[in-house]
Design a protein around this ligand. Structure first.
Ligand code: HAM
Length: 422
């Protein structure tokens, strides 16, 4: 039997977990600063929740099976459909705008590569019930502040912001792309960054083989990185307002308007955005946007939504590139050691008293020479050893040894159990 985890799945050893804790800590802290409440949902959903709305790419990556009750089910590949389902249940009772965040583990059968696995954790922050662009600015601001919270500046990460409404207006006005063709054309444009050939093929297919129009759309695709003229169009008013708001928040230095950002998921209807490392060596750190029709389609409730998903894998790679491999901090602060077997009961009582104070304590789990115990204490990264022997017990004291300076002091057992500062 192989000792390895399945391809694309991670065994999370303590040092890797320390890095995950660092990322989750900043996620939760920024979510709190932005006034978001945490929610969660089930990891397994009915497959049609995704087949109806997520788009072909994600549906092709589902971990999907029939459960023992004959239901067609899938491990969640994203959180957004679950969020829409949950909000729909309580839509009238919840005070709008709703600000919710979650950190689900998600599953996608993708080709494994750097920054891309078959499971990942993804922070989701969404605002429900506000159609105006200040809500878009709010979630983009939160995403940028997370990167700032992890120590990245505008020369290291970029937020690329666009709006599907601008593209839809342009494609409609200049190339006669109709509502039925639009989705396919946008899905094709989304591929342009990675592969212009694949994009051209998809666009031509979406335009029913009309090579002339497809070529015109591809010519446009090549110019979408230059936002100047497009940003002046009427349909770009919300985008301009959003970018101005980010500027007023003091985050403008991170933001680029870039109409090449289209997003692969089918449900987006307005502003869309992605955060990237400035060198573009990895997949997007984060992606999101406005999806005002999803709740209606899933739950019959008409409420606008905007939000993003930010994965732990790409972030972990970025942090590792900068800081090197993670190190696990030792939970052990004090090591309680004994001189002989007769000291054990007193040592256990002291260890427990220290733990009651909230101090991380370890002791040897079998009979060991004092020297060996002190070696273990040092290798655990304890700052102090507390040694109890017959003389100390008689005096209701223990020897506190600093493992850094090797200095020793005698301290009363009551003080150690009380407020003695190590
Ligand atoms: P997404 O672009 O599919 O959007 O994923 C968002 C982020 O999750 C990506 O930018 C990436 O950091 C991370 N991610 C996705 N797939 C993988 C993978 N296989 N391995 C590692 N990381 C991955 C969504 O999922 C939308 N539901 C986000 C959203 C929320 N939109 C509105 N609200």
């Amino acid at each position: 039997m192989s000792l390895s985890a399945l391809p694309g799945f991670r065994d999370v050893f303590p040092e890797a977990l320390a890095r995950r804790r660092q990322i989750f800590g900043v996620w939760r802290e920024v979510a709190k600063r932005y006034g978001f409440e945490e929610y969660d949902g089930p990891p397994l959903e009915a497959t049609d929740l995704y087949t109806r709305k997520s788009g072909d790419e994600i549906v092709g990556q589902l971990y999907r099976f029939e459960d023992k009750g004959g239901r067609d089910v899938a491990l969640r590949p994203e959180m957004t459909p679950t969020l829409a389902r949950m909000v729909a249940q309580r839509a009238s009772a919840l005070r709008k705008p709703i600000r919710w965040f979650s950190i689900p583990q998600l599953f996608r059968y993708e080709r494994q590569q750097r920054g891309r696995l078959r499971e990942h954790f993804q922070l989701n922050m969404d605002i429900i019930g506000e159609a105006g662009p200040l809500a878009d600015a709010e979630v983009i601001g939160a995403a940028v502040d997370i990167l700032r919270g992890l120590g990245f500046g505008p020369s290291e990460v970029r937020a690329r912001v666009s709006d599907r409404r601008v593209l839809a207006e342009l494609l409609g006005a200049e190339f006669g792309v109709g509502a039925e063709e639009l989705h396919g054309v946008l899905a094709g444009l989304d591929k342009f960054d990675k592969s212009p050939e694949a994009a051209a093929e998809a666009v031509q297919q979406a335009l029913a083989g009309d090579a002339q129009r497809a070529q015109a759309v591809m010519d446009l695709a090549g110019r979408l990185g230059e936002p100047g003229e497009l940003l002046g169009r009427g349909a770009a008013a919300p985008l301009r307002e959003c970018v101005d708001a980010l500027g007023a928040m003091g985050l403008g230095a991170f933001v680029d308007v870039d109409f090449r950002i289209v997003r692969g998921l089918a449900y987006y209807t307005g502003i869309v955005f992605e955060l990237f490392d400035a060198g573009r060596s990895l997949r997007a750190i984060c992606g999101g946007g406005r999806y005002d029709a999803l709740l209606k389609q899933i739950g019959g409730v008409d409420l606008p939504m905007v939000g993003f998903g930010m994965g732990d894998v790409v972030l972990g790679e970025l942090i590792a590139d900068r800081d090197g491999p993670p190190v696990a901090a030792s939970p052990v602060q004090v090591f309680v050691a004994t001189v002989g077997e007769d000291d054990r009961a007193a040592a256990l009582a002291l260890a427990h008293a220290l733990r009651e104070r909230g101090i991380g304590v370890e002791f040897a789990l079998k009979k060991q020479a004092l020297g060996k115990q002190l070696e273990l204490a040092a290798s655990r990264g304890a700052t102090h050893a507390v040694v109890i022997g017959p003389d100390e017990r008689a005096a209701r004291q223990a020897v506190v040894r600093s493992l850094a300076t090797k200095t020793e002091t005698r301290v009363g057992l009551d003080a150690l159990a009380g407020d003695y500062a190590f």
